[in-house]
Write a protein that binds this ligand. Structure first.
Ligand SMILES: Cc1cc2nc3c(=O)[nH]c(=O)nc-3n(C[C@H](O)[C@H](O)[C@H](O)COP(=O)(O)OP(=O)(O)OC[C@H]3O[C@@H](n4cnc5c(N)ncnc54)[C@H](O)[C@@H]3O)c2cc1C
Length: 398
């Protein structure tokens, strides 16, 4: 997840035009080019509905874990295509950068159509992350018999380390490939978005809509593109209608010291959500085999003639695909606070109020692109939590 998501992907910038940028991949200034004009204070109070925002307990001793993940970025966008491997068909479904959860249902629906074109009634899915689980479930729902093969299962897959926001064009391709990918991207985004609306209101709230607040100018000088990352494809203009517009709330109408931008976005409570996907698959008769493949020829040993390859970053080694570039990302989790139901962001920091913990992420660091190092940097997360503590201390009701 990237800084831009708190605003832009998250819907914050949707009133505006394209572009604000990202944590770690920002292309332009964080604030949208245009937005709805600020509301007068009484109207803003009514619109904000935030007379009180529960203060976040931003203490380093409340960090329950620091997690590092590598986004499987491909300059051309995710690889969703069928390939013949001897007598088998492999449908690739990997390389979703920072958008794997967001695009999962749409991308997997496309992969399934390719798998169904082979006419088989049973398939194998390699991988049990966001893309593997959604591929397997969609195949089951289409009446196919499905077996998942994976080296690791949730919670031990990289997908579990994502931030958990609707970020459908986060590091999904580079700007040079955007035109060629745009239409497929929109199809994936719309299909996924529609699917997520069917997953609202379920026990444990796997998916929910939340509000977030972006504090502009909290870090002057920030907000520009991260210098060592490419320009990324930006498709937000194509899906204006999917998320509410952001609103600028003036100083005095919120607990924050200055004006803030309120946005509304979808959040994935990943622990609950992945658990639900696994349970649904198994309840519907799906089988899971824990197995690692070290060479594509090992796939030929499997009984299924059609396989969906959803190995994410693992495809780089398994299929010797050097087009997958690791983009490192780190989050820290604080002890859950159910009373905190809002996201928060500045140009350098983001907080997401997931049910399994408050996620804190620092934005804008260089050195993450093409970096496969998954060693946690606790000091960086502690610095982010201390920065957050300063923001909390400045809030009126803290
Ligand atoms: C810091 C960070 C924040 C993110 N935030 C968001 C966000 O807010 N929203 C969003 O939409 N996306 C986000 N992402 C992106 C998202 O996490 C990924 O795009 C997504 O997890 C990729 O899922 P996947 O199923 O392709 O891969 P994985 O989750 O890595 O799953 C791969 C599966 O394949 C298996 N496998 C791999 N190799 C082999 C092998 N050789 N043999 C057998 N099995 C194998 C693995 O064990 C695993 O089961 C974020 C990423 C990072 C790093």
């Amino acid at each position: 997840m990237q800084r831009r998501q708190f605003l832009h992907h998250a819907g914050a910038a949707l009133a505006a035009a394209s572009a604000a940028s990202v944590a770690g991949c920002a292309r332009q200034a964080i604030l949208p080019k245009s937005s709805t004009p600020p509301l007068p204070i009484p109207a803003a109070r009514m619109a904000s509905g935030i007379a009180e925002l529960a203060p976040i307990k931003a203490q380093t001793d409340r960090i329950t874990g620091v997690y590092v993940c590598t986004r499987p970025f491909r300059a051309a966008g995710p690889r969703v295509e069928a390939e013949k491997l001897d007598h088998k068909t492999i449908v690739h479904n990997y390389g979703h950068g920072g958008s794997g959860w967001s695009l999962s249902w749409g991308s997997s629906a496309l992969a399934l159509r390719m798998a169904q074109a082979t006419g088989v009634r049973r398939i194998g899915v390699i991988g049990c992350g966001a893309l593997g689980l959604t591929s397997a479930l969609l195949a089951q729902r289409a009446g196919l018999s499905v077996r998942i093969y994976a080296k690791a299962l949730p919670p031990d897959v990289l997908s579990m380390r994502a931030t958990g926001l609707w970020t459908p064009d986060s590091r999904i391709c580079d700007a040079g490939h955007a035109d060629g990918f745009a239409s497929r991207w929109e199809d994936m985004a719309r299909t996924s978005h529609a699917m997520y609306q069917n997953l609202l209101g379920l026990p444990g709230r796997p998916i929910e809509w939340i509000d977030g607040y972006h504090l502009p100018g909290a870090s002057p000088g920030q907000g520009e593109k991260v210098s060592d990352e490419p320009d990324y494809g930006d498709f937000q203009d194509r899906v204006h209608d999917l998320t509410p517009r952001s609103i600028t709330l003036p100083a005095g109408s919120t607990p924050f010291p200055g004006p803030v931008r309120r946005y509304t976005t979808m959040m994935f409570n990943i622990s609950t959500y992945a658990h639900m996907l696994m349970a649904d698959f198994q309840l519907a008769g799906g089988h899971i085999v824990v197995r690692e493949f070290t060479h594509p020829r090992e796939l030929l040993e499997l009984p299924e003639h059609t396989l969906i390859n959803a190995t994410g970053y693992g495809a780089r080694a398994l299929f010797n695909d050097s087009s997958i570039i690791p983009v490192r990302g780190q989050t820290a989790r604080l002890i859950p606070q159910p009373e905190v139901n809002y996201a928060l962001s500045t140009d350098t920091l983001g907080v997401v109020p997931r049910s399994d913990g408050l996620l804190v992420q620092a934005f804008g660091a260089t050195g993450d692109f093409n970096n496969s190092d998954r060693t946690p940097d606790r000091a960086a997360s502690e610095a982010a939590v201390r920065q957050l503590a300063g923001i909390v201390a400045s809030m009126r009701n803290s």
